[in-house]
Design a protein around this ligand. Structure first.
Ligand code: ADP
Length: 261
């Protein structure tokens, strides 16, 4: 058989042979990450509380020739998270990457007005969830010698924001959890990084704010607009890929210049 290295190179995709889980992949940033990963060759687990959203993303991936499975999950439930990782191993035999992205904005109001249950729910969905995810993902990755994890923080992982204290607290905490996990597993071949998007036009942001507020938010970004989900996915894929082989334990902004001010 004629061997043509140039053809071989062009046929090889960056995530060929890799399996990646994306949580909150039924919409917004997570959906963009799942679609780009599948387009780059990954077998992708599209996990979301909203199963019909996840199934729609899988349908788009399959229509584009990619391989994905939808999975219904509540990331705030450790049993559900463990079942997601078990499903991934039984479906695809290995786990190479994860994007821990599922989250909620929580109520917009001053801290003292938060109810105890409202506060706890944001911590459960945005923060405890990522502990559950990494706990089971890392155990799975260690079976095959390594992997890469991206935890979806926010520009609000370093900056404060009025009337979003619970969200801001969880996104700051994710940065610290990311650094510690990176230190613990870097010698075992697992890289862990956090991504800090500015305000991105997704259902999470659009549902929480009216058009005038969105325009005001856009103005906070020196680039002069809100970000797009695919712009966050571009950075996330880079961090998951072997191109980022020397990058771990760090927090990477994709914020249109927001934090430079
Ligand atoms: P963004 O893309 O900005 O993070 P979205 O609201 O578009 O905002 O996406 C967040 C995703 O996380 C949604 O698809 C939502 O269904 C999902 N999600 C929210 N809570 C949970 C949960 N407890 N378990 C799993 N997925 C969740």
């Amino acid at each position: 058989q004629h061997h043509n290295p140039r053809t071989e190179v062009s046929m090889t995709k960056e995530f060929d042979g890799k399996t990646v889980i994306v949580t909150g992949a039924g919409s917004g940033i997570g959906a963009a990450c799942a679609e780009q990963l599948a387009a780059a060759g990954a077998r992708t687990v599209v996990a979301d509380l909203n199963l019909s959203g996840a199934e729609a993303v899988v349908a788009r991936i399959e229509a584009a020739g990619g391989m994905a499975r939808a999975y219904a999950i509540d990331v705030s439930d450790p049993e559900s998270v463990k079942a997601m990782v078990d499903f991934t191993l039984s479906s695809f035999g290995r786990l190479d990457g994860a994007v821990n992205n599922a989250g909620i904005g929580g109520p917009l109001k001053p801290l003292a007005d938060y109810g105890l249950d409202e506060w706890k729910q944001v911590l459960d969905v945005n923060l405890n969830s990522v502990f559950y995810c990494m706990k089971y993902q890392i155990a799975a990755m260690l079976q095959t010698g390594g992997g890469a994890i991206v935890n979806m923080s926010s520009i609000l992982g370093t900056n404060g924001f009025a009337n979003a204290s619970a969200y801001v607290a969880t996104k700051h905490a994710l940065v610290g959890m990311t650094k510690s996990a990176a230190l613990e597993y870097s010698a075992k071949g697992i890289r862990v990084n956090a991504v800090g998007p500015g305000f991105i036009r997704t259902p999470l942001v659009e549902n929480a704010m009216d058009e005038a507020t969105l325009t005001g938010l856009a103005g906070l970004h020196p680039i002069g607009r809100l970000g797009a989900s695919h712009e966050v996915a571009n950075l996330t894929l880079f961090l998951l890929s072997d191109q980022a082989s020397f990058i771990t334990g760090s927090y990477h902004l994709v914020d249109g210049g927001y934090a430079a001010q």
